[in-house]
Design a protein around this ligand. Structure first.
Ligand code: SF4
Ligand code: SF4
Length: 473
């Protein structure tokens, strides 16, 4: 089926030319109100991203994603492998929140909060502007032969890019293995931890590749979130949009003639200056309508507002607006779809809060030794053998630990002595015997409840099964 004429732009992307080769983009340096706001938001987020693995709350790293050991800290709150269900619910809440936000406000996350955009547009791109100059100068420099100026500028830029990539790689490692571990490795010297050094070099190379060369293609080709836009956005979503009604009017867009009365000509307010296209970091023309490539960076809003000011027309030809707002003048409304997402979020948050309240500082598991049966001890005592595992999720050691039977009269005997300690964030494992009088056993298999005490404080309870002979039924 042939693509309609007004949709032909969707057959190709701005970063690939007709020969299928990379079309290098030289976005013009944005200036304006939104760019200034974004700068401040970015400074805050950059400070957060770079500092978060080095901040501690109650001794816990503020944010840590130790995938290898399956230990995660979110806002200083530690999640252990045993808390994986909590972590999964938190991730689901995050995904539903992002979906809700996308349906309501489009790709606002991409333009304002995504680390890729922040590092690309607010760090690497600004260094590039500083060293090579704005769009025109960059194009000239790239066409220029490799003379002393080009070698100096490109060399300086690539060196600074490599240093920043190395810093980002170190911070990334601090998120993965923990900042304490990172500092320890630095102190020990890189050669003492060759595999970590290799990971660091690979991370540095990946970040360098992404920010020095791959750039906007992350958002256009690689990012799965960008691909979801087609199913998430609707006519009510507020996105960076071109007001085609105002921009085109009856006569369509046209160049601006000095002193013309634009309203009387019937021409649209778009003066076809191309500034919105020149500033776009993904190389698209927002006047074609909503596109997958648009990361809602607002650069075209600023560029167009400045042009509108110059030709004395109202600002906001490109603005945050929904298709319904542009075509029908509708304001933002709480659609049933949005209300549905809010309801799902509220339910998930309720479940998560409840589970957090029920979460214990100590995780206990007592399991019967595989393949073992019961054993008679003397005339009237039945004994079962178990393995136990206690996890201390806190950052202080827990002392004087002992087990007591809560559901039955009987004894718990540990192979090692009761009254032991578990170090902070530590684990204790061992073997224990539960001994019950035959008179206390009602069936051949029953649940027994065990209390784990630290001194006189009950810190956790758990249950396990106890086997007895059939004759005691
Ligand atoms: S910047 Fe504004 S006036 Fe210029 S081409 Fe884009 S939409 Fe039209
Ligand atoms: S179309 Fe505008 S908002 Fe979208 S990426 Fe380009 S400049 Fe940014």
């Amino acid at each position: 089926m042939e693509t309609p004429e007004n949709e032909v732009f969707r057959d190709s992307i701005g970063t690939i030319n007709e020969d299928g080769k990379r079309n290098w983009l030289y976005p013009k340096k944005p200036t304006g109100k939104f760019y200034d706001y974004r700068k401040w938001v970015s400074y805050g987020l950059l400070a957060f991203l770079l500092a978060a693995p080095f901040i501690k709350i109650n001794g816990n790293q503020f944010i840590m994603m130790n995938v290898l050991e399956r230990r995660f800290n979110i806002f200083g709150f530690p999640f252990w492998p045993q808390d994986f269900h909590l972590f999964v619910i938190m991730m689901i809440i995050g995904v539903v929140f992002v979906i809700f936000f996308t349906v309501a406000f489009g790709r606002i996350f991409c333009g304002w909060m995504c680390p890729q955009t922040i590092f690309m547009e607010m760090v690497f791109r600004r260094i590039e502007y500083w060293i090579e100059g704005d769009r025109g100068k960059q194009i000239r420099l790239d066409k220029q032969k490799w003379d002393a100026e080009k070698i100096r500028k490109k060399g300086t830029k690539w060196f600074i890019f490599a240093v920043i990539s190395f810093i980002i790689a170190n911070v990334f490692l601090a998120y993965l293995i923990g900042s304490d571990q990172l500092f320890k490795y630095i102190k020990d010297g890189p050669l003492a931890h060759l595999s970590t050094l290799l990971s660091l070099i690979i991370f540095t190379a990946v970040f360098y590749f992404v920010f020095a060369w791959f750039r906007e293609q992350v958002c256009i080709i690689a990012c799965p979130y960008g691909r979801l836009q087609g199913v998430l956005l609707d006519d009510k979503s507020i996105i960076v949009a071109y007001d085609h009604k105002r921009g085109e009017k009856e006569e369509g867009r046209a160049l601006f003639k000095k002193n013309e009365d634009r309203a009387a000509t019937g021409k649209g307010d778009c003066i076809d200056c191309g500034q919105c296209v020149q500033v776009c970091p993904t190389g698209i023309d927002i006047r074609n309508g909503t596109q997958l490539e648009c990361v809602n960076c607002t650069a075209c809003i600023d560029a167009c507002d400045q042009i509108m000011e110059k030709v004395d027309l109202p600002k906001g030809l490109i603005r945050y607006a929904s298709e319904d707002n542009i075509t029908k003048g509708n304001k933002f409304e709480w659609t049933p779809r949005l209300k549905g997402y809010v309801a799902v979020l509220a339910i998930l948050l309720g479940i998560f809060s409840g589970m957090m309240l029920l979460r214990n500082d100590v995780e206990a598991r007592v399991l019967r030794l595989p393949g073992s049966l019961y054993e008679h001890k003397g005339e009237d005592v039945i004994s079962n053998v178990y393995t136990y595992k206690l996890v201390n999720k806190t950052i202080v050691s827990i002392d004087d630990i002992h087990f007591k039977l809560l559901s039955h009269k009987g004894d718990i005997n540990l192979v090692k002595n009761q009254g032991f300690s578990i170090a902070k964030e530590g684990l204790a494992e061992g073997t224990l015997f539960i001994e019950l009088k035959t008179g206390a056993i009602k069936g051949d298999k029953e649940r027994v409840e065990i209390g784990i005490y630290s001194g006189d404080d009950l810190i956790e309870t758990t249950t396990t099964s106890f086997l007895g002979p059939r004759s005691y039924k």
